[in-house]
Design a protein around this ligand. Structure first.
Ligand code: PGA
Length: 256
């Protein structure tokens, strides 16, 4: 069986000033220590990236991620940020196609595809998010929805590109609601994602890719979710804003 290193990423969303970010990252560094049996990523808002980057400069087991980027290299795109701007701050990962970007900023699969292409070209590791809404889950359309999101967001890519991508399965109904998908529900969706990928990419590539679960993950439920064979990590919103909570997820879920 393939050994996929777990990856836990904290998505701070629109939270924390630079000063607040410095405090929480200092605490995370202390809480986590040298723990390195999982890949750990923090994704602060753009304005705190540089402060967090400085603090992580001498830390080797916690990496920096951004929450979004624009697909163009530069140009007249008021309010946007390019991959090169992120790279300059030592950002290594970028969350793309988060359901909040899809819902509030009208990003569709084609946008996510263009952004993913640009991120890969800049040697950033995209964390590509997919997930169904509550009506789609309740009407049993979640499989088709995930399939379309995957096929369209990853269009034009081959095994080589897939190797640098991380996927996050985030059922929209579980984000910020306190309602987590059951470990069995999440595992079923992750298995389906791998099955869809195996039709577009090689079986080996679909086995190798890491798929995070996201949606109300916290220290108390992380272990059960991440012990499922196809759940390779977590994309954590609310619970990543607090160092103890975030470190608790990592320790509970990733310590043997
Ligand atoms: P949540 O957010 O953990 O607060 O539900 C997850 C996410 O949006 O990535």
């Amino acid at each position: 069986m393939i050994n996929r290193k777990k990856i836990i990423a904290g998505n701070w969303k629109m939270n924390k000033t630079q000063a607040e970010a410095r405090v929480v990252v200092g605490d995370i560094i202390r809480e986590i220590g040298r723990f390195d049996s999982a890949e750990i990523v923090v994704c602060p808002p753009f304005t705190a990236l540089s402060a967090v980057s400085e603090l992580l400069g001498s830390v080797t087991n916690i990496r920096l991620g951004a929450q979004n980027m624009h697909e163009a290299a530069s140009g007249a795109y008021t309010g946007e940020i390019s991959a090169a701007m992120l790279r300059e701050l030592y950002v290594r990962y970028v969350i793309l196609g988060h359901s909040e970007r899809r819902q509030y900023f009208h990003e569709d699969n084609a946008t996510v595809n263009r952004k993913t292409k640009a991120a890969l070209a800049a040697e950033l590791r995209p964390i590509v998010c997919v997930g169904e809404t509550l009506p789609e889950r309740e009407s049993d359309q979640w499989k088709t929805v995930l399939e379309t999101q995957l096929v369209e967001s990853l269009a034009g890519f081959g095994d080589k590109e897939l190797a640098d991508i991380i996927l996050a399965y985030e059922p929209v109904w579980a984000i910020g609601t306190g309602k987590t998908a059951s470990p069995a529900q999440a595992e079923e969706a992750h298995q389906w994602i791998r099955k869809v990928l195996a039709t577009k990419f090689s079986a080996a590539a679909s086995e190798r890719i890491r798929i995070q679960y996201g949606g109300s993950v916290k220290a108390e439920n992380a272990k059960e979710l991440l012990s499922k064979p196809d759940i390779d990590g977590a994309l954590v919103g609310g619970a990543s804003l607090d160092a103890r909570g975030f470190a608790g997820i990592i320790k509970n879920a990733c310590l043997e």
